[in-house]
Design a protein around this ligand. Structure first.
Ligand code: CIR
Length: 255
């Protein structure tokens, strides 16, 4: 039986979104369009039956809308992260305040660093990506907390990617969608794999919520593969967030 979500926590993009961490070659995000895309994303979550809790932006944190990186939700608890990029560390304060009203809180502490984008849950097992954002200490602290909370965990080398979930996300209890690099990873070999073509690499980050998959509208091959397996797909455009390396999972925390 898969987990059903009842709410999503999101944070609105701020007018200084373009100051977020990104690759200048990708171009600057257009704020108005980003707001419209965020609105569509929230509407899609609502169409999946979720209550969407919207936090306002904080100008100090241009990457603040990427809430996924600030916490890992597990079995009635929230593990508040210590984000790996210095400019993002303060984002956790507001998130912890809100999550603390609903869940019991635990923290990843320095020198451990961890971004939620590196944490992939498949059933009761958590794969933790080791990247420039998540270090071995952060991964060990998370593993210990997850074990206390009744879950298991293991690490995966995801160097070369921003986050583990930039290259692999969970579709259902038996299935992941991933880039070729992860289709060859032994740790995912027991799962059904939807491998995305190189030109649609960003479709490896889809958001599975209840019985629906939110997926990039500009990835027809990945969409067709998902639909062929009988999945309900809601295509969305998130081009402006992608300019900052933000994809589908990163814009929400599912509760
Ligand atoms: C960053 O570099 O931290 C942001 N510009 C993008 C974070 C995306 N987060 C995610 O995929 N979990």
């Amino acid at each position: 039986m898969e987990k059903r979500y009842s709410a999503a926590l999101v944070r609105l993009p701020g007018p200084n979104l373009a100051q977020g961490i990104g690759d200048s070659n990708a171009g600057q995000p257009d704020y108005e369009l980003a707001c419209e895309q965020h609105k569509q994303y929230c509407a899609a979550l609502e169409s999946c039956g979720l209550e969407v809790i919207k936090l306002s932006y904080d100008q100090r944190y241009p990457d603040g809308c990427f809430v996924e990186d600030t916490a890992v939700i597990v079995n009635g608890s929230a593990i508040v992260t210590n984000p790996g990029h210095p400019s993002r560390k303060g984002e956790i304060e507001e998130i912890a305040k809100v999550l603390g009203t609903k869940l019991s809180l635990h923290y990843i502490k320095a020198p451990g660093t961890l971004d939620g984008g590196d944490v992939l849950r498949v059933n009761n097992h958590f794969f933790i990506g080791l990247t420039d954002r998540t270090n071995v200490d952060g991964a060990s602290q998370l593993t210990a907390l997850l074990n206390e909370l009744g879950a298991t965990a293991s690490t995966v080398d995801a160097s070369g990617l921003l986050h583990l979930k930039s290259g692999v996300t969970c579709i259902d209890q038996d299935t992941v969608i991933c880039v070729d690099q992860f289709s060859r990873e032994k740790c995912f070999s027991h799962l059904r794999q939807i491998v995305v073509p190189r030109e649609e690499a960003h479709a490896a980050n889809c958001l599975s919520v209840n019985d629906t998959i939110l997926a990039p509208a500009d990835c027809p091959i990945a969409q067709a593969k998902l639909q062929r397996l009988g999945m309900r797909v809601v295509p969305l455009h998130l081009s402006e967030f992608r300019k900052l390396n933000g994809l589908f999972t990163c814009l929400s925390l599912l509760l």
